[in-house]
Design a protein around this ligand. Sequence first.
Ligand code: NAD
Length: 489
Amino acid sequence: MALNETDLLAKVPTGLYIGGKWVQGHGEKPISVEDPATGKILLEIANADASDGLAALSAAHETQATWAKVPPRERAELLRRTFELVRERSEEFATLISLEMGKPIAEARGEVTYGNEFLRWFSEEAVRITGRYGTSPEGTGRMLVAQRPVGPAFAITPWNFPLAMATRKIGPAIAAGCTMVVKPAELTPLTTLLFVKTLEEAGLPAGVINVITTSSSAKVSAPIIADPRLRKITFTGSTQVGRKLLEQSAQQVLRTSMELGGNAPFVVFEDADLDAAVTGAMLAKMRNIGQACTAANRFIVQESVAEEFGNRLAEKMGALKLGRGVDAETTCGPVINESARENMQRLVDTTVQEGGSIVVGGESGEGAGYFFKPTVLVGVKPDAAILREEIFGPIAPIVSFRTEDEAVALANDTEYGLVSYAFTQDLKRGLRLIESLDTGMTGLNTGLVSNAAAPFGGVKQSGLGREGGFEGINEYLETKYVMTPDPFA
Ligand code: NAD
């Protein structure tokens, strides 16, 4: 049964969370958080200025030394208790995600399961941080290698997965013994606020996780990054902003994790199971209304099956029902705001001017929200502008190829390298593709790769570092090496 929206919104804290207290921000006016499906304001929340950001960093810094000494099992149990609470309240989290971000409720439930899994995974990882002890090659000494928390970290998250992008950073930070300042995106901050309230209820010590919401991201973030008390920055967002943050981080030589933009190729060979390819395409394209870094951005389809694939995809795209995400019958929500919708129209118009044609969609949907109809574009030229940009919306451009070499060259012809998808039933071809597609992740005969147990991340300009998997916790650990003389000498 659908939850009462007013009751749910009343549970969301509206302040900044600094040093274990919910406080007001000193920014000019509160941030109005909007429902993208109606354009109406959901809630007004605190707006931080630069002094609030530094107060949050002070709280994280002051807590770091004591937090690092808390036994790993205690840190693990905090994560596990929070995981249980989020699971109990999963419908609240799903509804809130859907309200502020617009995704259909079924997908929002999927995000809660996925996002919460990072808490369970890292609660299990917290007690497996190990080191080693050995004799030096010459036999004259003993070498110890230990892992220690990096120190206070600054997390900046995007608007598209308001729970999962927060837990993917907060989970490993808590597990590793790092304190953190978290700055969620101003477009969808409510889920992170409710999540941190849940962490607090699970027993989060004051100062370990601090949250600032602000409409002045650059002005509030820059002084934090420039402050020598900060030791790490972890960012998920666009490559453009990531580059700026890397430049700023260079001044303090910060540890950096960068999960940036993508331009995923989705390659379909004539020997593919076409049913599986179309199902995979819908998942890879339409998860989050196309607003995912992992979204299939370029459909690269072998000439002999391109028309059939295009028609079948268009049929499924055209059958999606636009609406408010919280309405049970909705299968496609709005894009995040008016400028995103205008950008969809620009991409479609440019592609048509360049010789492509619209099979389905191609225009805004009805209603007060920011709806854009799911769109399939065929006959797209390999040099079309749409293939160069991250679309971040419900548009599927299809370009065709003749040979495997041509497909790989097209797929790799981008500065991004987050994820690729390939559909073929030929095992040897599949293995060749895994080795030749220049991306951090590949979905082979599947349209979904995200999993808390897997190392998520990209190569080239899609980023640095990995989140999740065994690798995820290492982003929050420093290696300490100790040499001591042979105790028997
Ligand atoms: P964005 O880069 O505009 O914003 C991301 C975050 O950075 C937000 O919190 C924003 O307030 C903040 N920000 C913006 N400018 C800043 C500045 N100068 N200094 C400090 N903070 C600043 O991205 P977005 O529109 O929120 O999200 C979409 C982008 O995120 C897409 O490019 C998408 O591919 C990427 N993304 C990547 C992953 C991944 O894991 N690789 C996951 C989700 C989203």
